[in-house]
Design a protein around this ligand. Structure first.
Ligand code: 4AZ
Length: 272
């Protein structure tokens, strides 16, 4: 039953009609198209993206929290569009707790849950994205979108007013992705660096990709008009380079872990 409440919250949002399959070469997102996108900030500075998956939970990358600062130094900004031009829909939330995946080590299980201090009220600009447990079927298309306020190239920051960027990318399964990463492999990364619980997105020719500061943000795929969180921005060999697609945590592989923590929270609410 509690599972059901969470499931209802989960399935509530994320339905946006009328998105066409047109290719956008990476550019300003239309306002309100990605209402689950959050900015995770420290001292007013954006350092990672994230995705709202229920009224009180955000999923992001574990490496965003590699320095173990206390959770109260962070803010999660919801409903934002241009980081340097605060939107009327903007909500800033403090953080109750940060849960790093227990198997996280450098590039593996790079996933974390951030619990907001209070549940956020959903609006047109603040809505959760759906996500799948491992038992559900995968989205049927392989064209997805990655969004964020990260750099537009390695060490090239997004110009003011820092409008949320979007780019359409093609899913590449971990084996095909390793085939690419094994071309002229970087000695520091080695061969077959992409593990089965990761998924890649991008193109062999490069050019469209996520980059620094997009970390933790969503790789969203449209399934019959509903958006699903397929991946979390995790790592890559640079940004937009040929044969080096962006690598994402495959959220499906962590669905049980995510459910477990969110349910635990529901149960403790019920008891108090
Ligand atoms: C980073 O450093 C990073 N091209 C994020 C994404 C990618 C590379 C690096 C993927 O946060």
């Amino acid at each position: 039953y509690l599972h059901g409440i969470c499931a209802m919250r989960m399935r509530l949002g994320a339905r946006i009609p009328g998105i066409s399959g047109r290719i956008v070469g990476g550019g300003d997102a239309p306002r309100g198209r990605w209402p689950w996108q959050v900015s995770i900030q420290y001292n007013g500075h954006h350092f990672c993206g994230g995705s709202l998956i229920s009224a009180q939970w955000v999923v992001t990358a574990a490496h965003c929290f590699q320095y173990s600062y206390p959770q109260f130094i962070y803010r999660v900004i919801l409903g934002e569009y241009q980081l340097f031009n605060p939107s009327p829909s903007r909500v800033a939330s403090s953080v109750r707790q940060i849960i790093i995946h227990p198997n996280y080590s450098s590039q593996s299980a790079d996933v974390a849950l951030v619990q907001l201090t209070e549940p956020v009220r959903f609006t047109d600009e603040i809505r959760p994205i759906c996500w799948l447990g491992s038992s559900d079927s995968s989205p049927d298309n392989d064209m997805c979108w990655v969004t964020g306020w990260g750099t537009t190239d390695s060490n090239v920051s997004l110009p003011s007013p820092k409008t949320l960027q979007e780019v359409q990318v093609q899913l590449i399964d971990f084996k095909a992705c390793n085939t690419l990463y094994n071309i002229d492999p970087d000695p520091q990364i080695g061969r077959d660096p992409v593990k089965p619980n990761m998924i890649c997105a991008g193109y062999a020719e490069g050019k469209k990709d996520s980059c620094q500061g997009d970390s933790g943000g969503p790789l969203a795929c449209d399934h019959n008009g509903t958006w699903f969180l397929t991946g979390v921005v995790s790592w890559g060999d640079g940004c937009g380079k040929p044969n080096r697609p962006g690598v994402y945590i495959r959220t499906e592989a962590y669905g049980e872990w995510m459910w477990g923590h969110m349910q635990q929270h529901c149960l403790s609410l019920e008891r108090t």
